[in-house]
Ligand binder design. Structure first.
Ligand code: AMP
Length: 615
């Protein structure tokens, strides 16, 4: 994650504040807010509620200007995105009255979580940028406690912006990181040893993903000896960069040798910014060429960037599937997960960044938002599914606990109340309490509720998958065939990863079904999946074509036998709609009769279906 300079406010009510000069001040800030977590939380809630006393949403529930926790919890419901959708649509359509927040909504952040196949729209306000910068500014002082000298070199981070859209009411809608990189907080950040990147901002802000990646890699290779840390936001993004290098290293070497930039890079600002850095360097070109043309890419990161101390990428949650590839490319450099954040709110940081990926825990920073926690129980260890109360009954509501009251080892769903106008909003993440920093709990990220498949930032839930499979399987009926059972898995053994569906069929005469029928089924599934999936397929190319593997009859009975042999109860057994456990995947793969891939990309356009787009 990109760090911000060491700028820190002294309290939740003043983000643009005091400039703190030393790492020690940041560490003291962390000590203070975690030691007084409950007081900070009480103040944050009271601040949010007093500022929002006039907003329609709170008045609707009769909060009547109260700012105390007890009344708030009694009268304000715990909600999901679907509950807020009518209010959010009003804002998107141009209603500027204080519906959710008393401050003007500055833009919408388009979350990778979806609703009806489209990205969720999170309203945000200008001052949230300061809050995000505050969290970023904590990262390097924490990191520097464990690895000195990071201020002496550069970070090679592959950071990207995505296209924007405008709502009918004229507000910009874009992903949170695009919003941050385009903001003055990032673009005009003061010189700071911790925000010294190899990528000029113009290359990050270039919308064309090929040109952006090419320019960033060129600058990273050119400054290879200065690089002390490398990274991207998610592990999948970093691996995409290495894969890009595998494809384009000879062109990149040519540019390093001659000190020019390839003519495919046409973005004037990116070209100009790269040309300010690049000089002819035949020696470096020879070196990069020699390393890249060796048969194996094992350890390529440390070979090309020899001073690299760690890889800064999120490898928690579904991203853990990329750990083996990162270990291979880096000869097992430390993988560092620094922070936990979302479009709704930035949550917390990892205070022990050199721990192993399986032990990563995030300390929620108490002045980011008001946090509550809904206890959840694990239902099925084999499939990893979580029981999910849809609307909360009174008893469940009473189970919500405050930040400082969570229990060690217990799983909770995160519920936030933010400065930007979300009140008791269920984020959809399941967290497990792993310890405490002073009074503030630390959490392992367990999973995103309901998500069964994910390759990059896509999050496909069971219901979406079910509908998509149903749409596709309907096409088989005309061939007197039907789908008996199915399951899925995210295959990341090759990059980009892709969704795999295992289908068991009942077929009268299999010779009647041409391969193109199954290919059409693959395509129909893709067309039926949400916009984040389709964007990954079409625009970012971060997801490969979906595959259907037809398995022999009786395979799903074998799967059930296997689950029972592992202790599942026969009464409760349900076919898992997604499998992750290697022996199960092996079993399924051993029964594959034929496999088919989607022949083309599904449709995708920027913005919600009904909006005009702008770039
Ligand atoms: P978005 O709303 O698209 O920004 O996505 C935010 C979601 O990404 C969070 O709610 C989490 O589900 C996931 N996420 C963010 N940070 C992490 C992390 N450090 N580890 C695992 N998942 C994360």
């Amino acid at each position: 994650m990109p760090e911000a300079p060491n700028i820190l406010s002294d309290s939740a009510d003043c983000i643009d504040g005091i400039v703190v000069e030393s790492n020690n001040k940041v560490l003291k800030f962390i000590e203070d807010v975690t030691a007084h977590a409950d007081e900070v939380q009480r103040r944050v809630l009271s601040e949010i509620l007093s500022r929002s006393a006039n907003v329609e949403y709170l008045q609707r529930y009769g909060l009547n200007g109260c700012t105390d926790r007890e009344t708030f919890k009694k009268v304000i419901p715990v909600v999901t995105y679907e509950d807020l959708k009518p209010d959010i649509e009003r804002i998107a359509n141009g209603d500027t009255s204080p519906i959710l927040c008393s401050q003007p909504i500055s833009e919408f952040l388009t979350s990778s979580g979806t609703s009806a196949g489209e990205r969720k729209l999170m309203p945000t306000i200008e001052e949230e940028l300061g809050r995000r910068s505050l969290l970023y500014s904590l990262l390097m002082p924490v990191m520097s406690q464990f690895l000195p000298g990071l201020d002496k070199g550069k970070g090679m981070y592959f950071l990207f912006v995505k296209s924007e859209a405008k709502t009918p009411g004229g507000l910009v809608a874009r992903p949170v990181l695009t919003s941050y990189y385009r903001s003055s907080h990032f673009k005009n950040r003061p010189n700071d040893p911790y925000t010294n990147y190899t990528s000029p901002k113009e290359t990050i802000l270039c919308l064309d993903s090929y040109q952006s990646m090419y320019s960033q890699l060129l600058c990273g290779l050119f400054q290879n000896e200065d690089v002390v840390r490398v990274g991207a936001v998610f592990a999948s993004g970093f691996i995409r960069a290495i894969q890009f290098l595998e494809k384009h290293w000879s062109l990149l070497c040519k540019d390093i040798r001659t000190g020019t930039i390839d003519s495919k890079i046409t973005d004037p600002s990116a070209r100009e910014a790269v040309m300010k850095i690049l000089k002819p360097n035949p020696k470096l070109a020879d070196f990069v060429e020699a390393e890249c043309s060796k048969g194996s890419w094992k350890g390529i990161i440390t070979r090309l960037w020899p001073e690299t101390k760690y890889i800064d990428v999120i490898v928690t949650g579904t991203m853990s599937q990329y750990i083996p590839a990162l270990d291979y490319y880096s000869n097992a450099l430390p993988l560092v997960c620094t922070m936990y954040a979302s479009s709704e709110c930035y949550f917390g940081i990892n205070l022990n960044p050199l721990c192993s990926p399986s032990e990563v825990s995030y300390t929620l920073i108490p002045n980011m938002a008001y946090f509550e926690f809904l206890p959840v129980t694990r239902k099925d260890e084999l499939t990893g599914s979580i029981s999910e109360p849809t609307a909360l009954n009174d008893k469940e509501k009473q189970q919500l606990v405050d930040l400082v009251d969570v229990n060690l080892g217990q799983d909770y769903e995160l519920v936030v109340t933010t400065y930007a106008g979300l009140y008791r909003y269920r984020v959809g993440d399941i967290l497990r309490v792993s310890g405490f920093k002073n009074k503030a709990p630390q959490f392992n990220f367990i999973c995103r509720k309901n998500v069964v498949l994910s390759i990059d930032s896509d999050k496909t839930d069971e219901v979406e998958l079910q509908n998509a499979v149903k749409n596709a399987a309907n096409q088989l009926l005309q061939y007197e065939a039907s789908l008996v059972e199915y399951t899925s898995y995210a295959d990341t053994s090759a990059i980009p990863g892709h969704y795999v569906l295992f289908w068991e069929l009942s077929v009268k005469d299999s010779t009647l079904i041409a391969p193109s029928v199954f290919e059409d089924c693959c395509f129909t599934v893709e067309e039926s999946l949400n916009s984040v999936y389709r964007q990954g397929r079409v625009c970012d190319k971060s997801i490969g074509p979906l595959e259907i593997r037809v398995v022999e009859n009786g395979t799903f009975d074998m799967l059930m036998d296997f689950a029972l042999s592992q202790g599942s109860s026969i009464n409760q057994y349900k076919t898992p709609r997604c499998v992750k456990y290697a022996p199960i995947i092996e079993l399924l793969n051993s029964r594959v009769i034929s496999s088919y891939f989607s022949p083309k990309c599904p449709r995708w356009t920027a913005g919600h279906k009904q909006w005009c787009t702008q770039n």
